[in-house]
Design a protein around this ligand. Structure first.
Ligand code: DAH
Length: 350
């Protein structure tokens, strides 16, 4: 019996030294200590011994059991340590000399509002288009039915480049390019044009709490067969209800813009007082939000689309104004101030 115990100890030592992973260790544990393990068998064999032998061998086998169990536990710890070391070795080099980024950045409120609008329009089947900030006079005015010397140009003075191009005064300046890009699919495949194009706009303005020389708009157009004012109202209402996360009431008032006929001012129910009347809505219960209308036949023609066959609506959403309303920004100039701390308060460090 004594010899058996010595042999088992040697054998265990030998087996443990070859163990590679936890599964192998577990099978050793089962082979020694499991229900049919060799130590369990030894304990079972005690019953055939005399009382005296039972006592002395019983103690020895129990001691062995404890030792084996402790050894296996030791190996478990060693294996786990080796695993961690392996993982550390596999990790990429970490450069301790790079300074830590102690403060998290945050998205600009206009970016947040723009993304939200894009998400909603995309889900309604609109494509999002990007367009340059420098455009031709034709794109910004003539193609939108605003000929030279038209009084509507007075309200949109801007910055001109030496080559005659200018910084766009409104996102409507991209309309012509959008119509040209998608007209073939409309005419040949009957695919309606559904696009939004957010962008930065510039105007020569005296700045105050409500006016800035640089601001953001988001233009949207839909052109197809039998597109009418109800379609316009539906899309605007859906988008605004999603952005403000509540059912938004809208109303249309007549408004003049040379590139739409009829043209409207779209107002929404005041978000502060819910329509009762308060200082924010000048007691009217309504807030002016988004000019829009049915695209003027001359504008469609300039884009290569036959106005006898197709109709469409367009809107110009003031993204800057929307962000001010959503985040309660009282002075438009804060948005371009670059004061990062003040940006964080709107976005909650998002
Ligand atoms: N582009 C106009 C502006 O900046 C806004 C506008 C009005 C856009 C009516 C539209 C529209 O698409 O239909 O003043």
């Amino acid at each position: 019996m004594e010899e058996k115990i010595l042999k088992l100890k040697e054998q265990l030592e030998n087996e443990l030294s070859k163990v590679q992973d936890a599964a192998e260790l577990e099978s050793i544990r089962v082979a020694y200590l499991g229900k049919k393990g060799c130590i369990t068998e030894l304990l079972k064999g005690l019953k055939d011994l005399s009382d005296e032998e039972k006592k002395s061998f019983g103690q020895k086998v129990n001691l062995l059991k404890g030792e084996v169990s402790a050894k296996i536990d030791d190996y478990k710890v060693k294996l786990a340590e080796a695993e961690v070391l392996k993982e550390i070795e596999a990790m990429p080099e970490f450069d301790m000399s790079i300074p830590a980024n102690l403060e998290r950045g945050s998205y600009h409120p206009i970016t947040l509002v723009q993304r939200e609008c894009e998400k909603v329009f995309k889900s309604l089947g609109f494509v999002v288009e990007d367009y340059s900030e420098i455009v031709s006079e034709y794109e910004c005015f003539e193609a939108l039915n605003i000929p030279k010397h038209h009084p509507a140009r007075d309200m949109q003075d801007t910055y001109y480049l030496e080559n005659g191009q200018l910084l766009k005064t409104h996102t409507s300046a991209a309309q012509n390019a959008i119509y040209r890009k998608y007209k073939d699919a409309l005419i040949n495949e009957g695919k309606p044009i559904k696009a939004i194009f957010p962008g930065r706009c510039f105007r020569n303005e005296a700045t105050d709490a409500c006016h800035e020389n640089t601001f953001f708009q988001m233009e949207g157009v839909m052109v197809g067969k039998d597109i009418n004012i109800s379609n316009l109202i539906f899309f605007m209402k859906t988008m605004l209800s999603e952005v403000f996360q509540r059912d938004i009431k809208v109303r249309l008032r007549p408004g003049f813009f040379p590139f739409v006929e009829p043209g409207f001012e779209l107002d929404i129910n005041c978000l502060i007082c819910g329509g009762e009347g308060c200082p924010s809505c000048k007691q009217s219960g309504w807030l002016e939000l988004c000019p829009c209308g049915m695209i003027h036949p001359e504008v469609l023609k300039a884009g290569g689309i036959d106005p006898e066959e197709y109709t469409g609506f367009a809107f110009g959403l003031g993204l800057t104004r929307l962000a001010m309303m959503k985040y309660g920004v009282k002075d438009i100039r804060d948005l371009n101030s670059g004061v990062l701390k003040s940006m964080e308060q709107f976005t909650d460090g998002e």
